[in-house]
Design a protein around this ligand. Structure first.
Ligand code: ADP
Ligand code: MG
Length: 292
C-alpha cells in the first residue's frame, strides 16, 4: 500500500520525481508523521539549513502551533510582525510575514506562533479550507528551489493543508519501538489527500531518525521500514546525536551549532541525497545526467 502512492505516472527512478534534466522551482515537501517526537521539526530545520548551505534557496514553513521549527532557527516570538496563521486566515500576504535569511543566507522562514492552534477550528467553516496554505504560498514559492513544510503531530486540517500543496511527503521514522505504528493510518490519509485534493502528491522519501548503531532494535526497525517502503527510504540514516537535541535551545540549525558533529554530517548527507532525488541543485543535475 505504501508503494501504490508513488507508482503513478511516468517513473524516472522513484515515482513522482522530476524528469531527467528538468529544472523544478518551488518544489514543496511536507514533513509528516502524526506521531510526536519522531524528528519532524529537527528534520525540517536541519534539512532546510543544509540545502541552503548547498546553495539552493529554501523556504521553511512552520505549520505546527508548537512552533519548534520557528524557534529552532532562532526566531523569537516577540520579533514577529505576523505568522503563518495570518496568511491562512487571509489577513496577511506571505511576503508580509516572511523572515528572510535566517541564520544563513538563502534560508527564509514563514514562522508559526501559538495562534495557529486556533486555525484548525477557525478554518473548519471556511471555503476551500484545505487549500489555504497552497493559496498563501502561490505568490512566493517560485523564488525557491525547495519549500519544506513542518507539520504538527496530527492528521488534522493543518497537516492536510501541508499535504494539499505538497509535491511530496517526507516521512521521518524514529528507530524506536512501535516505529511503524500509525504508518498505515498515515498512508490512508495520504491516499485520501491524493484522491480528493492533490492528485500530484507522492511519497518523496522516508528518513530514518535517531538511529543507534549499537542496538539491534535500530537495525530491526531499519530493516522493516526498508521492507515496507522499498527505495523510498533514504540511504542516509540520521543517528541519535546529542548535538542535534542541543542545537534548538541555541536557536541554531546543527551546522551552525556544531558543524563537525555526526548529526551535522548526517543532515548534510541527507540534504545532498534529497537534492539528487528531487532533481535540484548540482547534486540533482548530476543525478539527472546519470539518468538521462
Ligand atoms: P517532532 O517534530 O516529530 O515532534 P522533534 O524533531 O521535535 O520531533 O524531535 C523530538 C525530540 O528529539 C527533540 O527534543 C529533538 O531535539 C530530539 N531529536 C530529534 N532528532 C534527534 C536525533 N537524531 N538525535 C538526538 N535527538 C534528536
Ligand atoms: Mg515538531
Amino acid at each position: 500500500m505504501g508503494r501504490e502512492l508513488g507508482s503513478g505516472g511516468a517513473r524516472p527512478g522513484v515515482g513522482g520525481h522530476p524528469e531527467a534534466g528538468q529544472r523544478v522551482r518551488g518544489r514543496v515537501l511536507a514533513i509528516v508523521n502524526q506521531k510526536g517526537g519522531v524528528g519532524k521539526s529537527t528534520t525540517a530545520v536541519n534539512l532546510a539549513a543544509c540545502v541552503a548551505e548547498l546553495g539552493e534557496r529554501v523556504l521553511l514553513v512552520d505549520m505546527d502551533p508548537q512552533a519548534n521549527a520557528t524557534s529552532g532557527v532562532g526566531i523569537a516570538r516577540g520579533s514577529l510582525s505576523g505568522s503563518i496563521y495570518q496568511c491562512l486566515i487571509g489577513a496577511s500576504q506571505a511576503e508580509e510575514v516572511l523572515v528572510r535569511d535566517v541564520g544563513l543566507p538563502g534560508l527564509d522562514v514563514l514562522p508559526a506562533t501559538i495562534d495557529l492552534a486556533g486555525a484548525e477550528v477557525e478554518l473548519v467553516s471556511v471555503l476551500s479550507r484545505e487549500y489555504r496554505l497552497k493559496e498563501a504560498l502561490a505568490g512566493i514559492r517560485g523564488e525557491y528551489g525547495l519549500v519544506l513544510v513542518d507539520s504538527p503531530p496530527s492528521l488534522g486540517l493543518l497537516t492536510v493543508n501541508a499535504l494539499a500543496v505538497a509535491d511530496g511527503a517526507l516521512i521521518p521514522i524514529q528507530c524506536e519501538y512501535y516505529a511503524l505504528e500509525g504508518v498505515s493510518q498515515l498512508m490512508r490519509t495520504l491516499e485520501m489527500v491524493k484522491r480528493y485534493l492533490n492528485p500530484g502528491l507522492e511519497i518523496s522519501g522516508v528518513l530514518l531518525t535517531m538511529y543507534d548503531p549499537r542496538t539491534r532494535l535500530s537495525e530491526e526497525v531499519s530493516r522493516s521500514v526498508r521492507e515496507y517502503f522499498g527505495d523510498k527510504v533514504f540511504k542516509t540514516v540520521i543517528p541519535r546525536n546529542v548535538r542535534l537535541s542541543e542545537a534548538p535551545s541555541f536557536g541554531k540549525p546543527v551546522i551552525m551549532y556544531d558543524g563537525h558533529s555526526r548529526g551535522a554530517e548526517a543532515y548534510r548527507q541527507a540534504a545532498q541525497e534529497l537534492l539528487a532525488r528531487e532533481g535540484l541543485g548540482s547534486a540533482g543535475a548530476k543525478a539527472s545526467e546519470g539518468r538521462g
